[in-house]
Each structure stands twice: as structure tokens, then as C-alpha cells.
Design a protein around this ligand. Structure first.
Ligand SMILES: Cc1cc2nc3c(=O)[nH]c(=O)nc-3n(C[C@H](O)[C@H](O)[C@H](O)COP(=O)(O)O)c2cc1C
Length: 199
């Protein structure tokens, strides 16, 4: 059965799904704009309702002045390790879209869902290019929309650190202990034939 990173799948799968994990120790290596856009390019090809493509990626590479602003929007725990990332990204989704053949925008049922698929594509592409990704819900929900100049009808979904994985010694001690790929519930716990049982 497929194994990687000390993780074991119960069914045969592509190893990439076990290989991707979210380290916090980054080397501080920079990423070029072209390399970063290879990751966004993968996200571009994610499926979405009516092909509405509601994802937006606001990015700051570490040598750009915006990097410190982005870092300052994270909670302290995340700042303590994300400061060594090559790029910080705020993943945003647009809540409305204009369906084909219509004039007026409508609210999307699945803007967050679609954007989630796009970020997953990005994460897998990053891994394939030797970059690690780490999603963060720990950011200032009040300040982020303001400081990122969020237009109406948009939602900040998640912050994301992209970096070259480094030695855990760079981390604060408490985080060093957690620098290890984790496990999952078995698929039989969330895949249910025929719908939820009646209770
Ligand atoms: C929406 C979202 C929010 C998360 N928020 C944080 C966070 O604020 N800080 C952090 O260190 N990790 C955060 N994580 C990382 C998760 O803890 C991690 O993805 C999960 O434990 C599974 O581990 P893996 O990605 O290494 O497989 C977040 C992940 C997601 C998808």
C-alpha cells in the first residue's frame, strides 16, 4: 500500500497526496515571480461552478515591501515561523458571478468550495517543484480585508505560506515537536454510501 512521510494509505493512491504536508520550518530562500506563477497557473485549472473561477491570490514575495504588511496580518504564532517563507499569499474568493448569457451577477453557492479546490491544486504543484505550502486561518479577520483593500463581494479565505522546507531547528521549541506529518481519519468514517443514516 502507498506509503510516504511516515504516512500510510489504506487504499492505493498517488504518493503525492501523502507527500504533501504543511511544515513550518522554512529556509528563507526567495522565490522568483515566474516560479510563483507556476503555482498560480496550476490553481488556474481548478474546476468551479459555471467556470466562474472565483479565486484571487494576493501575494507578497519576501523581498517585496508588502511581505511585512502581510506578515503583520497573521497571528503571532504564525508570524513566528511564516517570517521565513519565500512568499505569503492571502487567498480570497469572489462571492458573485455573472452566469453565461445573463446580464446580472448572482450569488455563487460554491465560491469558497471552488477556491478550496484551486488552493489544493496549487499545493500539489508546489510540492512537485520542491516548495512547501502551509495554510493559515490564523490571521486578523478584521484588519485583513481592510489592509488588503478587499472589494465588496469578496471574502478572505486563508493565508498561505510558501517556502523551501528547512531544518526544524529554526522553529520555536514548541513548534519543533509538531514538525512532523500527521494522520487522518479513515475514509470509511467520511464516505457514506446512500446518504446519512436516519436517526
Ligand atoms: C483553512 C486552514 C487553516 C489553517 N490554519 C493554520 C494556522 O493558522 N496555523 C498553522 O500552523 N496551521 C494551519 N493550518 C494547517 C493545518 O493544521 C494542516 O493542514 C492540518 O493539520 C493537516 O496537516 P497537513 O497539511 O500537514 O497534512 C491550516 C490549514 C487550513 C487548510
Amino acid at each position: 500500500m502507498t506509503e510516504a512521510n511516515g504516512r500510510k494509505a489504506d487504499y492505493e493512491i498517488e504518493p503525492v497526496f501523502l507527500e504533501r504536508w504543511s511544515p513550518r520550518a522554512f529556509t528563507g530562500e526567495a522565490i522568483s515571480e515566474t516560479e510563483l506563477f507556476r503555482l498560480f497557473e496550476a490553481a488556474r485549472w481548478a474546476p468551479s461552478t459555471y467556470n466562474s473561477q472565483p479565486w484571487r491570490f494576493l501575494y507578497a514575495r519576501r523581498d517585496n515591501p508588502a511581505f511585512d504588511k502581510f506578515l503583520g496580518l497573521l497571528i503571532e504564532m504564525n508570524q513566528s515561523w511564516a517570517k521565513n517563507a519565500a512568499a505569503l499569499v492571502f487567498i480570497v474568493s469572489k462571492k458573485s458571478f455573472t452566469p453565461p448569457g445573463q446580464q446580472a451577477p448572482i450569488e455563487s453557492y460554491s465560491y469558497s468550495f471552488d477556491t478550496g479546490a484551486a488552493w489544493a491544486y496549487l499545493a500539489i504543484q508546489a510540492l512537485k517543484l520542491g516548495w512547501a505550502t502551509h495554510g493559515m486561518g490564523g490571521f486578523d479577520y478584521g484588519r485583513a480585508p481592510v489592509e488588503l483593500n478587499l472589494p465588496p463581494e469578496h471574502r478572505v479565505e486563508m493565508a498561505l505560506a510558501i517556502g523551501r522546507k528547512g531544518d526544524k531547528i529554526v522553529l520555536p521549541e514548541a513548534l519543533q515537536a509538531r514538525e512532523i506529518p500527521n494522520g487522518r481519519f479513515p475514509a470509511t468514517q467520511f464516505a457514506i454510501e446512500g446518504g446519512f443514516p436516519k436517526n
